[in-house]
Design a protein around this ligand. Structure first.
Ligand SMILES: NC(=O)c1ccc[n+]([C@@H]2O[C@H](COP(=O)([O-])OP(=O)(O)OC[C@H]3O[C@@H](n4cnc5c(N)ncnc54)[C@H](OP(=O)(O)O)[C@@H]3O)[C@@H](O)[C@H]2O)c1
Length: 297
């Protein structure tokens, strides 16, 4: 029985696919172009088309696809794409899972800790309600579509992912060139908490929840030790043996340079704890930022 992966060409997809194959699992990647390999099947969320035969009798679906959050300045049109690529893509997938004769037994669907909005320096877990803002609203709609699989009796995990540490891309990948020049600096007040997770632990946690039948609903994919942005800046600079700038980048300058993305993704704080992962027995490989960065870099 295969595991179906969407968004498999992104930052997290290839690492997860490799880890699944290393465990001897069969993986089929849903691709948005003509399939070129026997382990690929077609879907096109924009046209609401998906290869039903690939899903029929599959064991699980891991749904990672969505237009990249941090790659472009957010115009109104791009914000619509961020939403529609996630909401419509998830709807298509869940409709298909509900339609096939032998539905997959589990859906792991990506989401973000942005769901919680800005929660300051209070520790929060999966019991925390939805916050405010564009990304919180996006996560709510994205998760609601995934929740329709749960309504149909499919075990569904909504992976509320924090900042994944990988040198190949994502937030850390974009920060590295700046920090390597010694130009890293706290952002805004620097007091906002960033909830991070190493890419190894993100994959480890995904494999863990795939196997643990009792884990369902929202699950925070974050390390147990979130840090303030100032601490993150200091630790990253130290890991690269560089100094960080002593003066923070003011919030207004970030907003002017990066627009709404800065106000939504860089300046709000969430001190998120991975309660469900810990309670279900997941053992993190990297619990502290300095050792996680050493491993990643
Ligand atoms: N990395 C993080 O730190 C982080 C944090 C929180 C949440 N997440 C979420 O976790 C998921 C996976 O993260 P990632 O970092 O691997 O994402 P990513 O590198 O941005 O990759 C997402 C993948 O989605 C597909 N995609 C791109 N544009 C699309 C569109 N318009 N419509 C449908 N599919 C599209 C692409 O795969 P194909 O070309 O193969 O279809 C792309 O490789 C994403 O949904 C992301 O928002 C990630």
């Amino acid at each position: 029985m295969a595991i179906i992966v969407t968004g498999a060409s992104g930052l997290l997809g290839p690492v997860l696919v490799q880890a699944l194959r290393d465990e001897g699992r069969e993986v089929v990647r849903l691709v948005r172009r003509t399939p070129r390999a026997p382990d690929e099947a077609f879907w096109q969320p924009g046209e609401q088309v998906v290869d039903l035969a690939a899903l029929d009798g599959a064991e699980a679906v891991v749904h990672l696809a969505g237009a990249p959050i941090g790659d472009k300045r957010w115009s109104e049109a791009y914000k619509r794409e961020l939403v529609s690529s996630r909401v419509e893509g998830t709807r298509l997938l869940v409709n298909a899972m509900r339609e096939v004769a032998a539905p997959p037994q589990v859906l792991l669907s990506a989401s973000g800790v942005d769901f919680y909005g800005d929660t300051g320096d209070r520790e929060i877990d999966e019991g925390q309600g939805k916050g405010t803002g564009f990304l919180a609203d996006l996560c709510e709609r994205w998760e609601a579509e995934a929740g329709r699989a749960a309504e149909a009796g499919i075990r569904t995990v909504r992976m509320r992912t924090g900042l994944v540490l990988s040198k190949k891309g994502g937030a850390l990948g974009r920060m590295l060139p700046i920090f390597k020049m010694g130009l890293g600096a706290p952002l805004g007040s620097g007091k906002q908490y960033w909830s991070w997770i190493s890419v190894d632990d993100w994959v480890g946690a995904a494999l863990h929840v795939l196997k643990h039948q009792d884990v369902a609903g929202p699950v925070n994919f974050t390390s147990p030790s979130p840090v303030t942005n100032t601490e993150f800046t200091r630790t990253l600079a130290a890991a690269l043996r560089r100094s960080a700038m002593p003066i923070p980048v003011p919030a207004f300058a970030l907003s002017a340079g990066l627009g709404e993305f800065a106000r939504e993704a860089l300046l709000p704080g969430h001190r998120v704890l991975p309660r469900k992962l810990l309670d279900s027995g997941y053992r993190f490989t990297h619990t502290h930022l300095d050792e996680a960065l050493s491993a990643v870099l």
